[in-house]
Design a protein around this ligand. Structure first.
Ligand code: SD4
Length: 324
């Protein structure tokens, strides 16, 4: 039987504990802040895409919706010659599009070599949400899109057609240090709920062989998100990024404690080291975002740019660190 003295002692201790816990709860409620949303993307054209994505993030929306809406801006911009409408065709004159999307639950969806569709990223999302698969290519991807209400569009803009015809005169495939022929939009967003999603979409390398697929639709190469760690995406020579499973590698480096910039740098170094040619023609860059909203980027060559949009900064970062 518990004595009255011990009971009083015990109940005093219990109420002290309860009051400490109550205070701690109030404190933790006060100190739990919503995450500061942020969106980053590749290249200067990412700024307009980020602005669209940030509208969704600042309204409390999902990072997944933000990245899809963001990159759609670039997909329909005829002035971007490397993504969606206005994108450069392959050497046979077909605009073939690659896109991928990944959300905070590790849901994934991709399309590759998709023709005649204005928003391949939305088809990738549909693959993720409405198909039993994660990756659909070519005719099958087009059929899936059309069956689901997407419209068939001529994606070859007059300007892209003109440039292609000029290229045909020489028919020289030069996947060298020419940023104009290999720009993709890759986008990563962190929403106020602390979740990260990513999207990546491109017309691929200008004047590629028909049927060639790059890194952009390959989860782990052109895009990867692990909601416990962060996300990464790439632009540049897909052949080289695929070889090292680039975006997955960046995320794994972040898991080991690297900052986003260090992780991108380590992946770029690995890419150059692993490339059989190890020469000047290896050109690519990564961007990465971690769970704290810290971002970073690194490229092989000078001239790479990224766009950032948060409450603190909006614009294009031009002085990205590089290897050479
Ligand atoms: C690709 N990384 O298809 C993409 C697009 C690009 O050079 O940037 N190409 O390889």
């Amino acid at each position: 039987m518990i004595s009255r003295r011990r009971f009083l002692h015990a109940s005093a201790a219990t109420s002290l504990l309860a009051s400490i816990q109550a205070k701690a709860n109030v404190l933790s409620l006060n100190t739990i802040k919503a995450n500061q949303p942020i969106v980053i993307s590749t290249w200067d054209f990412g700024a307009a895409a980020n602005a669209e994505a940030f509208k969704i993030l600042s309204a409390g929306g999902r990072a997944l919706d933000a990245v899809e809406a963001g990159v759609k801006i670039t997909e329909s911009d005829p002035n971007v010659e490397t993504v969606g409408y206005g994108g450069n065709p392959d050497r046979d004159g077909h605009v073939t599009l690659d896109a991928s999307i990944m959300d905070e639950h590790a849901n994934i969806g991709s399309v590759a070599c998709l023709e005649h569709i204005m928003h391949p990223i939305s088809v990738a999302r549909l693959v993720m949400e409405k198909s039993p698969h994660v990756f659909i290519a070519g005719e099958g991807a087009l059929k899936f899109a059309l069956d689901n209400g997407f419209e068939k569009t001529n994606m070859l803009s007059p300007k892209a057609e003109e440039n292609w015809k000029k290229w045909l005169d020489e028919s020289k495939y030069m996947p060298k240090v020419d940023y104009k022929s290999h720009d993709t939009i890759g986008m990563l967003a962190l929403d106020i709920h602390g979740n990260i999603s990513g999207a990546c979409t491109t017309s691929g390398r200008a004047y590629k062989m028909h049927g060639r697929i790059g890194d952009s639709p390959i989860i782990g190469a052109g895009l990867y998100v692990d909601n416990e760690v962060g996300g990464a995406t790439s632009t540049g020579m897909g052949e080289e990024v695929i070889r090292i499973c680039g975006s997955h590698l960046v995320v794994e480096f972040m898991r080991q404690g690297y900052s986003p910039m260090q992780a991108c740098k380590a992946a770029v170094e690995r890419m150059v080291k692993m490339s059989p040619s190890k020469k000047e023609d290896v050109t690519a860059g990564f961007i990465a975002l971690n769970k704290k909203g810290e971002y970073g980027s690194f490229s092989v060559y000078k001239g790479y740019q990224i766009a950032v949009h948060s409450t603190k900064e909006q614009g294009v970062v031009k002085d990205i660190q590089h290897l050479k």
